[in-house]
Ligand binder design. Structure first.
Ligand SMILES: *[C@@H]1O[C@H](CO)[C@@H](O)[C@H](O)[C@H]1NC(C)=O
Length: 199
């Protein structure tokens, strides 16, 4: 176990230079009861989000498009504006597979990474609250630096009342109101999903 011990020490020595690791009970959060993924299909604009994972480089104007493939699977295409490159990323498409119960998924993005995605709340036609974890841990926890919380809307704007509803549903205890930051919206076009054709 001495190897593991030193690995842990090195990890914390490295990470503590930036911030203390805070563990979030990711899998312990609520998801939408009787989630109907068909009603969730279509376009979502990310209007506010946390910036734990990428800090200043967190994308603006994210647009997500959910679509069902001919294979019956659920796909998510996404793009966003990088302030560094001053452009929108080329659309990327991820495969969503159910993991656990409720609106809980694993997002496999073009073989690049696997993230956990949970729809915490939605009314389907206007707004949604989504949690992502870019490094899900075996125990269902997630280091806060790997957490991403999204306030989404069908249109590139959201009313105060809608925002209040979404904020009231945030049940990730490691996330506070002040962690949500407004994104500039309307810079990127809807991504076109590149999903495998049915056989
Ligand atoms: C899900 O929503 C679709 C579209 O509104 C509807 O046709 C379908 O019956 C719903 N499925 C369930 C299980 O309620």
């Amino acid at each position: 176990m001495s190897f593991m011990y030193s690995a842990v020490v090195v990890y914390f020595a490295f990470c503590s230079k930036f911030s203390v690791a805070i563990s979030c009970d990711f899998d312990g959060t609520n998801t939408v009861a009787d989630f109907n993924d068909t009603k969730f299909l279509g376009t979502w604009h990310e209007l506010e989000r946390t910036t734990f994972q990428w800090g200043e480089n967190t994308w603006h104007s994210q647009v997500w498009v959910f679509k069902r493939g001919a294979d019956g699977h659920l796909y998510m295409a996404y793009t966003g504006y990088s302030a560094q490159s001053k452009s929108c990323s080329s659309p990327q498409t991820g495969l969503l597979t159910h993991s656990g119960s409720g609106a809980s998924y694993t997002l496999m993005s073009e073989g690049r990474y696997e993230a956990a995605l949970r729809v915490a709340y939605t009314d389907y036609s206007n707004v949604a609250l989504v949690y992502m974890c870019y490094a899900p841990e075996v125990l269902g926890t997630c280091d806060r630096n790997r957490v991403h919380v999204s306030l989404l809307s069908r249109s590139p704007s959201m009313s105060k009342a809608q925002r209040t509803i979404l904020m009231s549903h945030i049940d990730l205890e490691c996330v506070e109101n002040g962690h949500l930051h407004q994104a500039t919206s309307g810079l990127c076009q809807e991504p076109i999903p590149s999903i495998p054709l049915g056989k």
